[in-house]
Design a protein around this ligand. Structure first.
Ligand code: ADP
Ligand code: AMP
Length: 216
């Protein structure tokens, strides 16, 4: 199965992706996670991406398309794309990469949440810089405050989850990313619209039910 997860930053894409990949044995391809790994490794791509990420803007399309096409080639079998595509140009680039690989997208999952909810989700998010686990200070607390459950050490707040950047990321989403779902609607891909303003487990239940019925 090959899936795309769409939705604003903080909608719960990463959280749900982890559960989807576990259930169906897929590979999780998060453009944000890949970019953060490039930055941590100090690569050219990581250096180029830095200023865009820190300001809440988008990394240029050409860099992202080649980065994700490379990741898709390495993934054997099915995968879930998380955070990509974020513009119509990226969706077109993805289409080309899929054609070249002889692949198609089985469904687009659109996590729908209002901005008012999103802001609290992003500012309350805490991430493990070592294993990538994601928590929330209220909604998904670690067993010990501020510490990763997998004994990795201290959790951190991403720089771009601070209030000053969050507003810009939401603006970027509305200006450039919200239209992407329309691209897939026009293309005739199955779109699973999910009310993501529900508790995490409830969202998972709805997503998995819809994906199960798609597989039948
Ligand atoms: P995204 O990958 O879309 O940016 P995340 O999955 O990282 O979003 O979720 C953002 C934050 O919101 C995290 O701290 C996560 O624990 C929390 N969260 C995710 N889904 C929900 C939900 N349905 N209800 C409440 N909090 C949520
Ligand atoms: P995320 O972890 O998905 O919230 O992404 C963090 C940041 O990485 C975003 O705010 C962007 O600056 C950058 N980024 C991630 N994915 C993309 C993408 N598909 N296109 C452009 N920039 C991206």
């Amino acid at each position: 199965m090959k899936l795309i997860l769409l939705g604003p930053p903080g909608a719960g894409k990463g959280t749900q992706c982890k559960r989807i990949v576990e259930r169906y044995g897929l590979v999780h391809l998060s453009s944000g996670d890949i970019l953060r790994a490039e930055r941590a490794a100090g690569t050219e791509l990581g250096k180029k991406a830095q200023s865009f990420m820190d300001s809440g803007g988008l990394v240029p399309d050409d860099l992202i398309i080649s980065m994700m096409a490379g990741a898709m080639t390495k993934a054997k079998g099915g995968y879930v794309l998380d955070g990509f595509p974020r513009t119509v140009v990226q969706a077109e680039g993805l289409e080309k990469a899929l054609k070249k690989a002889g692949q198609t997208i089985d469904a687009v999952v659109d996590l729908q949440v209002d901005d008012a909810v999103i802001s609290a989700r992003m500012t309350g998010r805490r991430s493990c810089p070592k294993c990538g686990a994601v928590y929330h200070v209220e909604n998904l607390k670690p067993k010990k405050a501020g510490q990763c459950d997998k004994n990795c050490g201290a959790l951190v707040q991403r720089e771009d989850d601070k209030l000053e950047v969050v507003a810009n990321r939401l603006k970027t989403y509305h200006q450039q990313t919200a239209v992407v779902v329309g691209y897939y609607q026009k293309a005739g891909n199955p779109i699973l619209r999910i009310n993501a303003d529900q508790p995490i487990d409830q969202v998972t239940k709805t997503v998995l039910e819809k994906l199960d019925s798609l597989k039948k």
